[in-house]
Structure formats: C-alpha cells, structure tokens
Write a protein that binds this ligand. Structure first.
Ligand code: RI2
Length: 315
C-alpha cells in the first residue's frame, strides 16, 4: 500500500476537529481528498492503488459517525473505481469524484428551488444549527423576490447558529438571534421551522443537530410546519436493513470548561451531537428529487440504493 496523501490526512483532521463541518461540506471535502489520493501519487501496481484508496476511505469514514453523506460519498466513488492499469484506475476515480462534486452542488441548488416554493413572501423562518441545504431554500426564495425574515437559534454547544446568522445577513435577510431555550416563545412569530439533516432513516426519521427533536415537537404543538432540507446523499441506506444511525458523542469540554466542571464537583457531562426526530413531527423532506412526506422517503431510498448498501472500502 502507498502512504496516504497529505490531503487525506488534512481532511481527516479538519473533519474531526469540525473545522470542516456540515454534512454536504464534509461530503465534498472527502470526495476531493480521495481524488487527490488518486491523481497525485505513484503506485507500483493496480492492487496497491486499490488498497490505498480503500485505506484512505476507511480513515475518512472514521472521522464522524452520524453524517451518512460521508459513507455515501466514499461508496459513490469507490464503486466506480475500475480498470486493469494504474492509469485507468486513476482516471476512473478522478472522473467519479469530479462527477460527484458537480452533482452535489447541483443537488443543493435544485433542492433550494423546491424548498423556496414552500416559502411565501413575508414569511419568517426559524432555523436550528447551520445547514447549507436549508440556507439554499432561503437563498432561492430571496432570489425569487420574496421578503423572508429569520429567527435563528444559537444552537449550543458550538453556536453554529452564528454562522447561519452571518450568512443570512449576507443574503439581506433580517435576523433575530435567540438562545435555544427561547425557541417555543418565538414559535408564535414564525411561519416555518427549517432544518437540515445529517441522516434520514428509512422510516422518515430525521437525524439532525441536538435540539431538533424538541424544536419539532414544540412546533407541532404550536401548529408551525417543520421542513427538513436534505439532499438525497443524506438518505441512510443501511437503515433499509434494520440498522440504526449511530449518534456521535463529542468531548465534554464543548459543554463546560475544565475549571467550572472541577468547581461544581463530581458530575457526569454528556454531549450528544445529534438527535432523532420521529417522522410524525416533520411535514416535508425537501430533496433535489422533490418534496416527500417523511413516511414515503423509503420509496426514494429503494430507488437510489436498492435493498442494501455496499462497503467497497473493506479489504
Ligand atoms: P448541510 C450539521 O452537523 C447540522 O446538523 C446540519 O443541520 C447538518 O450538518 C447538515 O448540514 P455538524 O457537522 O449538509 O455541524 O445542510 O455537526 O450543510
């Protein structure tokens, strides 16, 4: 096996530290790292090329467990790796990765157009965390000439709501930033809850940033529709065969600093990054292939993935 490319090492580190974050952004970074591994290296023979690509994919895969865009990206590229010479293999990976990256960008634009159709002129949207898929819907609505306002939850512990607020300000959208605990109070003032997804399960459950499920339950109680913007790369094929989605637990220092924790005394600190919102609390899943009621997303999953998911990174 050839050594792993510096881009693969750097991308692994950036995804782990969340310098590169957001399911779609992670997917694009992983595709590009795999492409660099393929195009920029000398390989002795086809077997060593394939073994190195699989090893690079396994390393990238281990960074974050919940965003299914990561294995879906690696699967897309590695299942298209073909050829009997190093050159042919190299070209196949290069082409697959480029096609994938273009597809990803196109999907987000198409999804945005569909999501924007749900938003009316004058609507106010409540957001949670930072999702490029969700923002694409607001951007498309603004481009259609609609006046949209936003109530943005800060989204503890990492406050990705601040990124959302900044990007909305850049779009010219008036933003009201609130702490997470104020969400129910402001639900009376909004027309939609709009979130992204890290994974969508076969039963239509939405796995997204921690706090999404309580927001969705409160929104249902207040009669506010919940829209989830998620490219089809967020569909989790392994849930078709009964597997559950692993929820990433991150370090406790994201929640509390060491000094404060020591002062409090003997406590346990938990920091799950995501939670599961059951399909009954979600009104629509908006993908580049159209809008789906959560319960029917399984038909799209079967169409795209068949009955099971391959693991082409295994040795
Ligand atoms: P896009 C993020 O996770 C958020 O949960 C967000 O809703 C989701 O990824 C999808 O983001 P994290 O990486 O793919 O911040 O829509 O833990 O950009």
């Amino acid at each position: 096996m050839h050594e792993l490319h510096a881009d693969v090492e750097e991308t692994t580190e950036a995804i782990t530290s969340m310098e590169t974050r957001g399911a779609a952004t992670i997917a694009a970074a992983a595709a590009e790292a795999l492409r660099q591994q393929a195009v920029d290296g000398a390989y002795d023979d086809p077997e060593s090329f394939k073994a190195t690509m699989r090893a690079a994919a396994r390393q990238l895969l281990e960074t974050r467990p919940t965003a299914v865009s990561l294995p879906n990206t690696l699967r897309y590229i590695l299942t298209r790796m073909e050829g009997t010479s190093v050159e042919a293999l190299r070209e196949s990976v290069d082409a697959a990765a480029q096609a994938f990256e273009q597809r990803l960008a196109r999907a987000q634009g198409e999804l945005g157009e569909i999501g924007a159709n749900r938003l009316q002129d004058g609507d106010t949207v409540m957001t949670h965390c930072h999702s490029t898929d969700a923002l694409s819907c607001i951007e498309a609505a603004v481009e259609q000439g609609k006046d949209i306002s936003a109530v943005v939850k800060e989204t503890r512990p990492r406050n990705q709501g601040h990124i959302t607020a900044e990007e909305l300000v850049d779009l010219g959208v008036p933003v009201t930033l609130i702490v997470d605990n104020a969400a129910r109070r402001y639900l009376d003032d909004v027309d939609h809850v709009l979130v992204g997804a890290d994974s969508i399960a076969a039963d239509g459950s939405v796995i997204n940033k921690i706090g999404t499920s309580s927001l969705a339950v409160n929104a249902r109680e207040r009669g506010v529709p919940v829209m989830c913007a998620a490219q089809t790369i967020k569909l989790h094929p392994e849930t078709l065969t009964g597997h559950t989605v692993e929820i990433e637990e991150r370090v406790e220092t994201e929640v509390i600093d060491a000094e404060t924790r020591a002062k409090i005394g003997d406590i346990e600190v938990r920091n799950p990054a995501f939670d599961v919102t059951p399909p009954r609390y979600v009104d629509a899943i908006v993908t580049e292939s159209g809008q789906f009621p959560p319960e029917s997303v399984v038909t799209l999953m079967r169409e795209l993935f068949g009955e099971s998911a391959a693991s082409p990174w295994e040795e």
